[in-house]
Design a protein around this ligand. Structure first.
Ligand code: NAG
Ligand code: NAG
Ligand code: NAG
Length: 374
């Protein structure tokens, strides 16, 4: 009796032992019912990425280089944001919203003016954002000196930082592949990884959200087409063969591939229109000046993939309280307060969605204007 029991126990142990070995050595044959392998692999990947990124974390200003990390960061989501001292709090809220809503590794490429880079570093270091992965670049304003001409009185559109988005490959020579650019008057409520990984049609160079869809026409009371922006009878536009009724798009949020951007000399093309506009009045007489948007509409005409509308709910800086429902705002993946009323100002719609992500400035230089606060 005793002997046969011992035999049974040994047999069971043998089976368990063989099973365990197969589980470890023959991963293709034995199913991973405990999900241990995936988790181990994911942990290892995470550690590898963190290690690679760690080499240039918090490098701050200067020749922050992606060289050591470019191989390890394949899976990191690259996000670019530009801000100056007037809007720095927007950048902070935006970063906070992004990291609050994703589990993916994100690398932030932050562009500021000379006056704000130290301020930004302090703000990040003294907040819960101190452990994010980032680099800070000062935008060399001389790159656009003499090239900006804005008409129609919206001087803020002439801010050199608005044009930093034209120079992404030059600012970040070591980034290959995709980046997401997001204006600093936005917050992200969805997982930025989904935006980053979106499907782009073959042959397109970027993705933008179109202005003529959904409720947008009711907000601007315009058709939101190319003819609103350009006098298409101008000789410079004739050869582009632009359809006057083609939808305009907002350039405040876009996904692009910097490898392709370089290949097609996009920066060079954008500068061409910028310079031509300083010599002849090409665009920007209506709709408050034009800013950095029209050249992008010319260069990316028919070369972009329309973005999912929920990923760029815009015009929140307009009078939209009665147009967007609370539920729609809640379901939006990204909110953009383009227009005059900024979410840190006195009167913008849906400010509570933004306030949720704002982190106070430790130096107290930037303060949202709110009821009861001067
Ligand atoms: C950046 O690199 C350039 C050329 O390699 C060098 O001249 C410059 O001093 C560097 N700047 C900083 C801040 O390290
Ligand atoms: C970016 O473009 C390059 C060159 O066309 C291509 O090889 C690469 O797969 C693209 N990357 C992404 C993430 O689309
Ligand atoms: C981009 O510019 C380079 C040099 O300025 C030129 O050789 C090349 O042909 C240009 N490529 C395109 C697609 O315009």
């Amino acid at each position: 009796m005793v002997v046969s029991n011992v035999k049974k126990v040994l047999l069971v142990l043998l089976v368990v032992w063989i099973g365990t070995l197969s589980y470890i050595w023959l991963p293709g044959i034995v199913p991973d019912f405990l999900h241990l392998r995936n988790k181990a692999a994911a942990d290892e990947k995470d550690a590898r990425l963190k290690d690679a990124l760690g080499k240039f974390l918090n490098l701050g200003i200067g020749n922050a280089s992606l060289e050591h990390a470019s191989k390890g960061t394949e899976e990191a989501v690259h996000v670019v944001i530009a801000s100056d001292s007037n809007t720095l709090g927007g950048m902070i809220a935006l970063i906070n919203s992004i990291v609050s809503n994703t589990k993916s590794l994100v690398f932030f490429h932050l562009i500021t003016d000379k006056a704000s880079s130290e301020h930004l570093k302090t703000w990040l270091m003294k907040s819960k954002l101190q452990s994010i992965n980032y680099e800070i670049k000062e935008f060399p304003v001389e790159w656009v000196e003499g090239k900006i001409k804005v008409r129609g009185g919206r001087e803020e559109l002439a801010n050199p930082l608005n044009y930093a988005r034209y120079y992404l490959p030059k600012l970040f020579p070591n980034i290959e592949g995709r980046v997401v650019y997001i204006d600093d008057d936005c917050i992200v409520q969805g997982d930025v990884k989904h935006l980053y990984d979106m499907k782009m049609h073959p042959g397109t160079l970027a993705s933008f959200s179109e202005d003529c869809m959904g409720v947008n026409k009711r907000i601007t009371l315009l058709q939101n087409v190319y003819a609103d922006f350009f006098d298409l009878k101008n000789k410079h536009f004739m050869e582009l063969n632009i359809k006057p009724t083609a939808c305009s798009f907002n350039t405040g949020v876009f996904v692009t591939n910097l490898t392709d951007w370089r290949k097609h000399n996009i920066t060079h093309q954008l500068e061409h229109w910028l310079e031509l506009n300083t010599k002849e009045e090409l665009y920007g007489n209506e709709r408050g000046g034009g800013g950095s948007q029209p050249p992008m509409m010319l260069v990316f005409y028919k070369k972009y993939t329309p973005m999912d509308q929920l990923w760029h709910v815009h015009f929140l800086g307009w009078n939209v309280r009665r147009i967007y429902g609370k539920q729609y705002i809640k379901s939006a993946k990204l909110l953009h307060w383009n227009g005059r009323s900024k979410p840190w100002g006195r009167n913008a719609a849906f400010q509570d969605s933004w306030d949720r992500y704002f982190l106070p400035d430790p130096t107290k230089q930037f303060q949202p204007v709110r009821k009861g606060i001067l």
